[in-house]
Design a binder for this molecule. Structure first.
Ligand SMILES: Nc1ncnc2c1ncn2[C@@H]1O[C@H](COP(=O)(O)OP(=O)(O)OP(=O)(O)O)[C@@H](O)[C@H]1O
Length: 361
């Protein structure tokens, strides 16, 4: 098991009556890529700022390498932050921006030159040392901000929506670059985004947040396939979420039919919600379908059609299909036991008990 480098224990942050962070607990291991994912205002930046030392928690402990660091100033913490707006110094060239922290720490000139060169090489901008910041593209500025952070050789890099200012294509390229940079450097990344695709693509572990709490922690496949509640299922990718009830282990009922499923451990008759991802539904004839739905509209998405349909109880169904269908057509849908994920209904509002994190190994 890798070593824990950062640990948050019972972190609360209050602004007057408003609770921005509500009992945050987690551990970050050395060398892994973690993402805080959640909607705007859920507290992601506040967590980064608490770890970085730019804001004080109202209560709770921040540990770095096993030592409490709540009272250690930001500049003395062995971590660096990459901000959304890059925060580069516009009046200094690329070299001086990257060298800034080293000069401040009075590192010897020869070492500064070597480390700046290495950092720029890592972000593939070693030819740009003498460029002015104004002469760089958005993606290049982003890389310089990363070079400036990694030149200090931090054990942990905090990244606050670092790709949000980039266009879609560049953003994708940078996702690959950041991921491989993290793997090459072997340092811990804590990355903030509200973009679920970005989180799924890049992370070893994701913390899904809402309203100042961590609702679920897991690797991207777990989070996608086994969302703990309605919020997570809805937030992570597109899903059909249908109310129903459990008959017994491995048997669930919804829309008046009983289906074999892969879930167990709930009470007979317990109200549940069933999640089926749009790409797991297969269109067939109405007679062969396990369910019948009526097509409302469809959109061509390039490599698939996104079809919107309704069942006879007016539940909305989203279906991804490589074949087009016709508006107003009645179609059949099939799906297997493993294409359904059954969630307890009363967990809809429940949160992942992040307190358990503290004791988890
Ligand atoms: N100085 C402050 N005073 C009062 N409320 C604040 C302050 N800073 C943050 N908040 C509130 O705390 C909550 C969490 O803010 P935070 O910036 O951490 O959210 P976020 O998840 O990073 O959002 P975004 O994705 O929009 O950046 C928000 O509701 C915000 O309005």
């Amino acid at each position: 098991m890798s070593k824990t480098i950062i640990e948050l224990q019972h972190i609360y942050k209050k602004y007057g009556d408003f609770t921005a962070l509500n009992d945050i607990n987690f551990k970050l291991n050395q060398g892994e890529f973690y993402t805080l994912l959640g909607p705007s205002g859920c507290g992601k930046t506040t967590i980064l700022q608490t770890i970085a030392g730019f804001t004080d928690a109202t209560s709770g402990q921040v540990l770095f390498d096993g030592q409490k660091i709540n009272d250690i100033p930001a500049s003395k913490r062995q971590l660096n932050t990459v901000f959304q707006d890059y925060a580069l110094f516009p009046n200094m060239n690329v070299h001086d921006n990257v060298a800034f922290g080293l000069v401040l720490h009075k590192v010897k000139k020869a070492e500064i030159e070597e480390r700046v060169h290495d950092a720029l090489k890592l972000v593939q901008l070693d030819q740009y040392a003498n460029r002015e910041i104004a002469e760089l593209s958005g993606g290049q500025k982003q890389r310089i901000a990363i070079a400036r952070a990694i030149v200090n050789r931090p054990k942990v890099l905090l990244l606050d929506e670092p790709l949000s200012a980039l266009d879609a294509k560049l953003r994708k390229d940078m996702q690959y670059e950041l991921r491989s940079l993290q793997q090459n450097l072997g340092i811990t990344f804590l990355f903030v985004t509200h973009d679920q695709e970005e989180a799924l693509a890049m992370s070893d572990q994701i913390f899904v947040m809402n309203k100042g709490q961590i609702l679920q922690k897991g690797d991207p496949v777990d989070i996608y396939d086994e969302p703990i509640n309605h919020f997570v299922a809805d937030f992570i990718g597109e899903s059909n979420i249908i109310p129903g009830h459990m008959i017994q282990d491995y048997e669930v009922s919804f829309l008046g039919h009983t289906f074999e499923c892969a879930d167990a451990g709930m009470r007979p008759n317990e109200p549940v919600e069933v999640v089926i991802r749009p790409e797991d539904l297969v269109i067939t004839t109405p007679e062969k379908g396990k369910l019948q739905v009526k097509v409302s509209t469809q959109l061509f998405r390039g490599d698939y059609y996104e079809i919107l349909a309704y069942d006879n109880q007016d539940n909305e169904w989203l279906i991804h299909s490589t074949n087009a269908t016709k508006d107003n057509a009645v179609i059949g849908l099939t799906f297997g036991p493993n294409d359904m994920h059954v969630m307890r209904y009363n967990e809809t509002e429940a949160k992942f008990n992040s307190r358990l994190e503290t004791y988890e190994e």
